[in-house]
Ligand binder design. Structure first.
Ligand code: NAI
Ligand code: MG
Length: 326
């Protein structure tokens, strides 16, 4: 089977780091067909929308999408794209790489964040002047789906500890359902797990991130806690992510279009290349995913480094070094 990969570089450094990731994937010679789509600020000027219908269709019809970053139009590009690929799981690894500065060098955590519900349900209303409400939606089906994904992920990737984050002591019905369903999934499988109140977990993550491997989270908790962990490992240029659905998925770095360095060819392509490694893993090219991840880790450990990590390598030089180590 050859897979079609939609490639949407977007704005700013998206235009620089996305080709780097594609070059790495091409080097593996897996017969992927890469089809490029346009989205972002620059498209808004030409097409009147930052996400033209043909780009949306491309993402819908492809086996997976690689997305760089958008600028001011980010919300109007990435939120619809995540919906188009039907992603219910947002996978955000936060890992400290050997040889680089990190607040907590022992950190190696993967957040499995529910991507469709909770306080991001979009059901929000100003019911009277000065009074606004939000409906927090949690369903057993969605909770089961994210829990199953999280426990599968831990097993497939050899992570021992699975933690379920929640605030069911206060949000008894909604997080209660989330927690109960996730615990049920663990019990059906006969696997060990921990539960943590999300606020206490925030503190423990700062103090002892090495205690945690895979953390299954409701939407808002996953958003906040994963950003917190990103701070422990330092450097937006290093953090990849995946938005996973049943038949489709989208892979993107956590960072944005970085207008302050765009156009200079100095962006760190690690986050984007590691996102491509997550794409490989998702398409069951496990061995290739490991090769790419290890090649990036080797270059991060030995250099050359891009400017954000104190080096003077260009995006292209860093990418060439990764390809060298494949
Ligand atoms: P940003 O992530 O673009 O940049 C923050 C800082 O990190 C900047 O100093 C930038 O130079 C640096 N940085 C980020 N990625 C880097 C890389 N790969 N290598 C080296 N340095 C890197 O976030 P910011 O500045 O808040 O937003 C800039 C634009 O990006 C805004 O228009 C925002 O809307 C958009 N954005 C888009 C996102 C997306 O498409 N998913 C996500 C976040 C922001
Ligand atoms: Mg966030």
């Amino acid at each position: 089977m050859t897979a079609q990969i939609a490639v949407i570089p977007g704005d700013g450094i998206g235009q620089e780091v996305t080709p780097a990731a594609v070059d790495v994937l091409k080097e593996l010679d897996l017969g992927f067909e890469f089809v490029e789509g346009e989205a972002g600020d620059y498209v808004l000027e030409e097409a009147g929308t930052p996400l033209p219908e043909e780009t949306a269709d491309l993402a819908r019809e492809s086996d997976a999408t690689l997305f760089g970053a958008a600028g001011e139009t980010a919300a109007d590009v990435i939120l619809p794209l995540r919906e188009i690929v039907g992603s219910y799981a947002n996978v955000r690894p936060a890992k400290a790489y050997p040889g680089l500065e990190a607040v907590k060098p022992e950190t190696d955590i993967v957040f499995i964040r529910e991507n469709t519900q909770g306080v991001y349900s979009g059901i929000e209303e100003e019911i009277a002047d000065g009074v606004a409400t939000l409906t927090r939606v949690v369903t057993r089906d969605a909770s089961r789906k994210i829990a199953e994904y999280g426990f599968d992920y831990a097993e497939e990737h050899g992570y021992e500890n699975v933690t379920i984050a929640h605030k069911a002591n206060v949000m008894r019905k909604t997080d209660g359902l989330f927690l109960e369903t996730a615990e049920q999934v663990a019990q059906e499988r006969g696997v060990d797990y921990e539960t943590e109140l999300m606020d206490a977990l925030a503190m423990k993550l700062v103090m002892n991130p090495e205690d945690y491997d895979v953390i299954i989270c409701p939407n808002l908790a996953g958003d906040v806690l994963s950003d917190l962990a990103a701070g422990l490992v330092g450097g937006l240029g290093l953090l990849p992510s995946a938005n996973v659905g049943d038949d489709n998925a989208l892979f993107e770095p956590v960072h944005g279009s970085a207008p302050d360095i765009a156009g200079q060819g100095v962006a760190n392509p690690s986050a984007m290349i590691l996102s491509a490694a997550m794409l490989l893993d998702h398409l069951d090219y496990d061995g290739e995913a490991t090769r790419v991840t290890e090649a990036v880790e080797t270059v991060l450990a030995e250099g050359p480094h891009t400017a954000d990590l104190g080096g003077d390598a260009s995006t292209e030089e860093f990418t060439a070094a990764v390809i060298d180590h494949l």
